[in-house]
Design a protein around this ligand. Structure first.
Ligand code: C2E
Ligand code: MG
Ligand code: MG
Ligand code: MG
Length: 279
């Protein structure tokens, strides 16, 4: 009987693997179709100055509304895009679109774009960035490129050269999700980052009074001050979380407490509505 169960389990597992692969293949087809139409869009989330709550920039976040399945989160569809070999094409579109959008904003506001490790391989990225800046006439220093430490897990020399090439264009490099995974302070000296984003797990933990989280955030902030690097606390959902990050000395805050990611069309609707309410 045990043997039968074992076989049954095995068949079940195979079936499961088959369905996963099948699902992946179907989604891959769907994402190719979305590329041509308006299935893929960008949402923008505000990043505010910790001292006064003023918006200093916005992060562009990729959205995919599947015709039948509804919204699929980027953590799920970006690996599919990468496997399909579409990350360069889609990533380039994200950069051009975000730069064009940001060129319509207040002249000091920055736009942040996420770059995955796969995009850093090859020489095409710097060319895309240069083209996007030229077409939008966005000042290079208003574009931030966010990478996670995962970019350092592959070919180190090539990655560093790629990051340095980007930085030489005048754009700002940001280390995203710091504290999550294998984050090491060593990564901070690898490339010249302008900003560190503290992972939301630490923001939550510190606000919940977890002393280890407080100590780690404290250390990250001390280090970034020493390096002359800005810091953004991610995933700030409550005033309590905002307050503790402010007290610890974080320079910028981002999270649902200050604004959710919204389509570009709603950015101006909101400000117009706000202006009307103030009037
Ligand atoms: P990320 O770059 O760390 O982006 C922040 C994520 O946290 C976003 O999730 C955002 O919606 C979410 N978030 C912001 N504030 C809060 C909050 O207060 N509470 C909570 N619970 N979450 C909050 P999202 O949009 O699902 O994106 C997930 C990840 O997908 C991003 O993490 C980024 O790594 C990746 N991603 C998104 N857009 C792109 C893109 O255009 N290209 C690449 N390569 N990756 C992208
Ligand atoms: Mg990011
Ligand atoms: Mg992040
Ligand atoms: Mg993330």
């Amino acid at each position: 009987r045990a043997k039968e169960n074992g076989r049954g389990g095995h068949a079940f597992f195979e079936r499961y693997m088959f369905e996963q692969a099948e699902d992946h293949r179907l989604l891959e087809q769907d994402v190719r179709e979305a590329l041509g139409g308006d299935g893929l869009t960008l949402a923008y989330q505000p990043i505010v100055d910790a001292r006064n709550g003023k918006i200093v920039g916005r992060e562009a976040l990729l959205r995919w509304r599947h015709p039948r399945r509804g919204d699929i989160p980027p953590d799920q569809f970006i690996p599919i895009i990468e496997d399909a070999g579409l990350i360069h094409q889609i990533g380039d579109w994200v950069i051009r679109e975000a730069c064009a959008e940001a060129s319509r904003w207040d002249g000091r506001m920055r736009v942040a774009v996420n770059i995955s490790a796969a995009q850093l391989t090859g020489a095409g990225l710097a060319k895309t960035v240069l083209g996007a800046l030229a077409a939008s006439r966005l000042e290079p220093s208003r574009l931030e490129l966010e990478v996670t430490e995962s970019v350092f897990l592959g070919d180190d020399a090539a990655t560093l050269a790629s990051l340095e090439r980007l930085r030489s264009l005048g754009v700002r490099l940001v280390l995203d999700d710091f504290g999550k995974g294998y984050s090491s302070f060593g990564y901070l000296s690898r490339a010249h980052f302008s900003k560190i984003k503290i992972d939301q797990a630490f923001v939550r933990g510190a606000a919940d009074g977890a002393q280890d989280c407080v100590a780690i955030v404290h250390a990250i902030l001390a280090l970034s001050r020493g390096l002359g690097v800005e810091t953004t606390a991610e995933g700030v959902e409550t005033e309590g979380q905002a307050e503790i990050m402010r007290q610890l000395g974080c320079t910028q805050l981002q999270g649902f407490h200050f604004g959710r990611p919204v389509p570009a069309s709603e950015l101006f609707e909101n400000s117009a509505a706000a202006a009307l309410r103030r009037a």
